[in-house]
Design a protein around this ligand. Structure first.
Ligand SMILES: NC(=O)C1=CN([C@@H]2O[C@H](COP(=O)(O)OP(=O)(O)OC[C@H]3O[C@@H](n4cnc5c(N)ncnc54)[C@H](OP(=O)(O)O)[C@@H]3O)[C@@H](O)[C@H]2O)C=CC1
Ligand SMILES: CC(=O)[C@H](N)C(=O)O
Length: 258
């Protein structure tokens, strides 16, 4: 496919692992300039080193907790000159915490998910949307989930946060067309990243069970789709892409073998 994104500047939130880190690698292979953000800066530094040596691209690494609105504002309003125009945003930072019946669930989990997946997501989205409108160009790619278009037992609040991502993406798309800014959403199913480790607070055994008996998506599968979406011609917007594992029909409906 023609490379239309070479030398474009791409901001990726949640770039320290999983889908975000895979996106960094895929965009790097297209010769993009990257801004990598997350809380674990040591991870980002290591990624920068390996991508710079493999692809010889420019990368700016920044520690940013999306739940700290003031910090997000400081970071995104004070990017170095060479990175101040952003062509593509991959608004990816997010997490699930817990998988429990609503009546037994820990409200602290709800708070963190709402703070991160809705309020943090919005902080980044607001600043970058404003910047793109000023620039007169840009492409926003929000990372939703199959859990944003259906709900499952024990995951109500996570599903609600991803429904919010879905709703906000749809309304922003409508507002941005007059500015020539594309707004897309990627809605993955089960992807084998650190997602389940985080969800189960580091309980590896429980995390691994999620992917027992079927082949889940890999972060690279999602990164390929994201870069494909970003690389389409200006007159094409792949607006919503639901991507499931081969043996997955819905969020919780997978066919397990063996
Ligand atoms: N894996 C899956 O099955 C699916 C995942 N998704 C979505 O994909 C996105 C990426 O998840 P995935 O790669 O799977 O999971 P990972 O746990 O591997 O990656 C999550 C990323 O989000 C970052 N992050 C979490 N909280 C914050 C915060 N407060 N501030 C800044 N960054 C933060 C983490 O960085 P750090 O901790 O360093 O800050 C990390 O880089 C999420 O939005 C998730 O909801 C959607 C559907 C399916
Ligand atoms: C579909 C997702 O977001 C995630 N894999 C989940 O289990 O909810």
């Amino acid at each position: 496919m023609l490379n239309r994104i070479k030398d474009k500047t791409v901001l990726i939130t949640g770039a320290s692992s999983g889908i975000g880190a895979a996106c960094a690698k895929e965009f790097a292979s297209y010769g993009c300039r990257l801004i990598l953000a997350a809380r674990r800066v040591d991870r980002l530094e290591a990624l920068r080193e390996s991508l710079q040596s493999e692809f010889g691209i420019e990368i700016f690494v920044v520690g940013m907790d999306v739940t700290h609105a003031k910090q997000v504002e400081m970071v995104l309003n004070h990017l170095p000159e060479a990175y101040s125009e952003i062509d593509i945003l991959v608004n990816n930072a997010g997490l699930a915490l817990g998988l429990d019946n609503f009546i037994d669930d820990d409200p602290n989990n709800w708070e963190t998910m709402i703070e991160t997946n809705i309020k943090g997501f919005l902080s980044v989205l607001r600043l970058i949307s404003q910047k793109m409108v000023r620039q007169g160009f840009g492409h926003i790619i929000n990372i939703g989930s199959v859990a944003g278009v259906e709900s499952y037992a024990k995951g109500g609040v996570y599903c609600a946060t991803k429904h919010a991502v879905h709703a906000i993406t749809q309304s922003l798309r409508e507002e941005m067309i007059e500015h020539g800014i594309k707004v897309s959403e990627i809605l993955p199913g089960a992807v084998n990243t650190e997602f389940s480790q985080v969800r189960f607070h580091g309980n590896t055994e429980r995390a691994e069970k999620v992917y027992d008996g079927f082949e889940p998506l890999q972060a690279e599968d999602i990164a390929n789709l994201i870069v494909y979406t970003a690389n389409l011609p200006l007159h094409v917007n792949l607006a919503e892409s639901l991507i499931l594992a081969g043996r997955q029909a819905r969020a919780t409906k997978v066919h397990r073998q063996g």
